[in-house]
Ligand binder design. Structure first.
Ligand code: 5AD
Ligand code: SF4
Ligand code: FES
Length: 351
């Protein structure tokens, strides 16, 4: 391919928001990533503006019945101390988040059946009374469960596909099934949730070609929100260590490409990105992202929600993170958005 290819591909992406597999792969492999990041930043400004949506993350249980090989919350990890928050504690954290000015709560846990439909519905309706947009991130559930959450008032649901490489998925997620996960995503959409998904970048055995297919899958859903996280090795898991040096840049590229392909969606500058680069979230905000999910869990629990080591903000209080992140956002001449930050769909044909 000629030197002008990058220009050609980026131009095509800006105009049509459609790229073929070869073009996506070319962008991922290109050394000229700065061009990609700058264009993604411009597209972000044009379609979603300079506001950054903050989502207060409450990690309310680190119990998980699944056993994903890469994750510290896996059921076979007996080294972590498990905790579950009670309804009152969760509402207490939500009230504090309200006071700090958050407009969205994200309730996240491992796949923990302790919180049945009745308990979850109560938590959801109590949080909705505080006038938050509410996102759930509880893993794979039945259609009836998703429906009950929706009826109780939840607005959005995050379920990462992790990888669409069937062989890799089944190797890394024993007892789980890729088709079933895709089916969950369809059910979530059918029920009228805003759907968020994403992948882990750099899983051992993952290829760039499979990542290209992941990108196409995310566009085909199509997602309302996306989060791209680099793989971070956790020594308390059976997976082998890999060199994650280039994974920050690779994750950033994938995120930027998703911005070009889906210009109006909400894209998170992820915590895992900042774990690999201490300016990771700011760099992501300048490469296509418009969302940050600061941790609003009590400091005493945060350290036990150890999906991978080195997670940022472990010792900081929720209020500290709230102030810290606003300062960072202002330092790049962006501002904290004052609305709930729903996905505002733009008619791409009229652009
Ligand atoms: N590195 C990065 N992200 C991980 N996740 C799980 N384990 C890891 C890891 N080792 C992410 C997955 C999952 C979420 C709970 O955390 O994407 O959806
Ligand atoms: Fe559980 Fe999710 Fe971790 Fe898998 S990745 S073990 S489902 S928390
Ligand atoms: Fe937590 Fe900066 S966002 S310390």
């Amino acid at each position: 391919m000629s030197i002008n290819n990058i220009k050609f591909i980026l131009n095509k992406a800006i105009q049509s928001h459609i790229l073929c597999e070869k073009e996506i792969l070319y962008l991922i492999q290109s050394k000229e990533s700065k061009k990609l990041f700058d264009i993604a930043n411009k597209v972000r400004l044009k379609y979603v503006g300079n506001g950054v949506h903050l989502r207060a993350l409450i990690e309310f249980s680190n119990y998980c019945k699944q056993n994903c090989l890469y994750c510290g919350l896996r059921s076979d990890n007996f080294k972590i101390i498990r905790y579950r928050l009670k309804l009152k504690e969760i509402i207490n954290l939500a009230n504090k988040a309200k006071y700090y000015g958050y407009k969205t709560i994200v309730l996240q846990s491992g796949e923990d059946n302790y919180y049945d439909i009745k308990k979850m519905s109560k938590i959801i309706s109590e949080i909705k009374k505080l006038d938050f947009a509410l996102t759930l991130s509880l893993g794979e559930k039945t259609f009836e469960e998703y429906k009950a959450y929706r009826v109780a008032g939840a607005d959005r649901y995050l379920l990462k596909i992790e990888t669409t490489d069937e062989i890799l998925y089944h190797k890394l997620n024993p007892g789980m099934n890729l088709k079933n996960r895709m089916n969950c995503i369809e059910n979530i959409k059918k029920l009228g949730f805003e759907i968020g998904s994403g992948i882990i970048v750099g899983l051992p055995g993952q290829t760039l070609k499979s990542i290209v297919k992941d990108i196409i899958y995310l566009k085909s859903i199509p997602v309302d929100m996306v989060g791209i996280g680099p793989f971070i090795y956790n020594p308390d898991t059976p997976i082998k260590n890999i060199n994650s040096k280039n994974l920050f840049e690779l994750s950033l590229k994938i995120m930027a490409i998703l911005r070009l392909l889906m210009p109006d969606i909400n894209i998170a500058a992820t915590t895992a990105m900042e774990t690999l680069n201490n300016r990771g979230r700011i760099i992501a905000l300048q490469s296509g992202a418009n969302v940050i999910m600061p941790n609003a869990t009590k400091a005493i629990y945060k350290k036990y929600y150890k999906i991978y080591p080195g997670k940022i903000c472990i010792d900081e209080s929720p209020v500290h993170c709230r102030i810290c992140i606003e300062n960072k956002i202002k330092s790049i001449k962006r501002y904290v958005s004052n609305d709930k930050g729903y996905h505002c769909k733009v008619n791409l044909l009229s652009q």
